[in-house]
Every structure is written in C-alpha cells, then in structure tokens.
Ligand binder design. Structure first.
Ligand SMILES: C[S@@+](CC[C@H](N)C(=O)[O-])C[C@H]1O[C@@H](n2cnc3c(N)ncnc32)[C@H](O)[C@@H]1O
Length: 275
C-alpha cells in the first residue's frame, strides 16, 4: 500500500482548515444523537479521527471514554494537540490492533469509501470484530453504488451501495438499526451487534432470542430507509423516540406465543410478515 491515508496525509492541513471552519460541523448532530444512545461512559473508538474536530470532540462532550486512530501522522499530530489526554494510534484500519480491546461503539466518519472495495470489506469486518456484546457501529458511505474522485485529494473513492453494506453487516452478525442522511448528504449506517448464541442456556430463551432478532430485522426490512428519516422528523417536531415500542410489542407477542405454546417460530414469522 503506497499511501495508507489515500491522499489525506498530503492534504492534512487543507482538510483540517476546511473541517474547522465555523459552520463546518457536518455530522455532529447525527454522531451526538448516536452517542446518546450508548450506555453511560461507554468506550467509543473514532476510526479515521482526523484532527478530532468535530467528531471526537462531540463524543467526548457526550461523556464517553474516547479512543481514536488515524493512518495519517499529520492528522494524529493535530489530534494530539487538540486532545493531549486521549489515547490515539497512528495506524491504518486495515492493520490496527484496536488498542487490544473491544468497544461499546465505533464510529468511522468519512473513511469507508476512501478504501478499495476489498479493503472496505476488511475494514468493516475488523471494526465489527472490535465491538463488544451489543456494540454499535456507525459509518458513512453514499447509499447508491458509485465511484468519484475526491475533490481534495484527487484520489478515487467508491461506495459499494447500501444493499452491499447491508448484506455485509448482516453477514457479520449485525442488525441494521437505521440509515439516515445529514445536512451534507452523508449517508449513515447505524448497526448493532446481535446477541450471540450461547448466552442463553434454556431452549425457550434461544427461541425467543431468534424471534427477537427476526422481529427487529423484519421491522428494519419493512420500513427500510424510512426508519431513520421518520424518526429524525418526529424528533425534530419535538416527539419522543417511540421507535423501540413496535419492536418491544413484537417481542412481547413472541413471548406470549411461546408461553401459550400454540404457535411455532415459522408460523409466527409468517403471520408477522403477512400482517
Ligand atoms: C474525510 S477525512 C475524515 C476525518 C474525520 N473523521 C472527520 O470527520 O473530520 C478521512 C480520514 O481518514 C483517514 N484515513 C484514510 N485512510 C485511512 C486508513 N486506511 N485507516 C485509517 N484512517 C484513514 C485520513 O487520514 C483522514 O483523517
């Protein structure tokens, strides 16, 4: 790999100057909302942190224990000036050791689409492997599959497209919680590590776990991209976040059916899909 930063080391100063301009805090509202959904004092990793302004700063302000990494020495030097006390590694996502630990949340803002296709898959798989139980992954990439030239670096960028990212997340054992766009037209994929099998010993618990996952996926599938937009609109209008209620209802229903013992997993799902 000739330049692991895909042109950002060469153009670090220009990128930092643009990103730090007043009014250039694109992505902060979305990252803050995501961060507020994490457990208190969560361990959060900012992958491709740049100078740490504004994304790392938002994570810190939300009260999390923040770690960061970036492949560019110039970006990491700027980060260290901005956040002298935060742990930061100058390592590419493809080979980092992720501080030898796992995280409750990992955010990769403006990174995935800089990488060649195979490296994107590796990066997503590696970030997922660094998530703890029920850890959350948030990354940005355009929803349509496309290729373009990065205006700052002149390097090629590409999106594999939302369908490919969804498949990849699913294959890695994550459930997609939502997709949404910010004011700068960045598209977000917000996913959570599904509860692993083996944590539940009783057969009934395992069935319930499967139902819970299927019900959550069913909800995501049915409402697709609208979920994030609907929720954002609703919250913007001052509403409460009731997105979880539908899911809870399905889980409660599954529980009830299991209790009654009068419906199999498959017939429950079939009915759920027909409703
Ligand atoms: C568009 S900038 C985004 C920076 C920061 N997340 C922000 O919101 O300001 C992309 C960042 O990805 C970093 N980067 C590029 N390739 C990388 C790689 N393979 N591993 C880790 N970081 C990388 C660059 O050095 C740069 O800081």
């Amino acid at each position: 790999m000739s330049d692991p930063t895909h042109g950002y080391e060469r153009h670090a100063a220009a990128f930092i100057a643009g990103r730090n301009r007043p009014g250039a805090a694109i992505g902060v509202a979305e990252v803050r909302a995501w961060a507020r959904d994490l457990p208190r004092d969560a361990a959060v990793l900012d992958v491709a942190c740049g100078s740490g302004v504004p994304i790392t700063r938002a994570l810190v302000e939300e009260g999390h224990q923040v770690f960061a990494l970036d492949a560019s020495p110039a970006m990491v030097a700027a980060f260290r000036t901005n956040f002298p006390r935060l742990p930061v590694a100058c390592e590419p996502v493809e080979t980092t050791t992720f501080f030898g630990r796992s995280f409750d949340g990992i955010v990769a803002w403006g990174l995935v689409f800089l990488l060649p296709e195979a490296a994107q898959r590796v990066a997503i798989q590696r970030m997922v492997s660094a998530l703890g139980p029920e850890g959350r992954l948030l990354f940005t990439a355009p929803a349509p599959a496309c290729e373009w030239v990065d205006v700052l670096t002149g390097e090629p960028s590409r999106s594999l497209g939302a369908a490919a990212y969804r498949d990849l997340l699913h294959a890695e054992g994550l459930a997609l919680l939502g997709e949404y766009d910010d004011e700068g037209q960045n598209h977000y994929f917000d996913a959570v590590r599904r509860r692993g099998t083996g944590r539940f010993s009783r057969p009934a618990d395992r069935i319930l776990e499967r139902l819970e996952i299927d019900a959550a996926e069913y909800e995501t599938e049915r409402r697709g991209q609208d979920v994030g937009n609907e929720r954002a609109r609703h919250l913007a209008e001052g509403g409460s976040d009731d997105d979880a209620d539908g899911q809870v209802e399905h889980i409660a229903l599954a529980d009830k059916l299991l209790e009654l013992g009068n419906e199999s997993h498959d017939s429950f799902l079939l009915r759920l899909r027909l409703d």
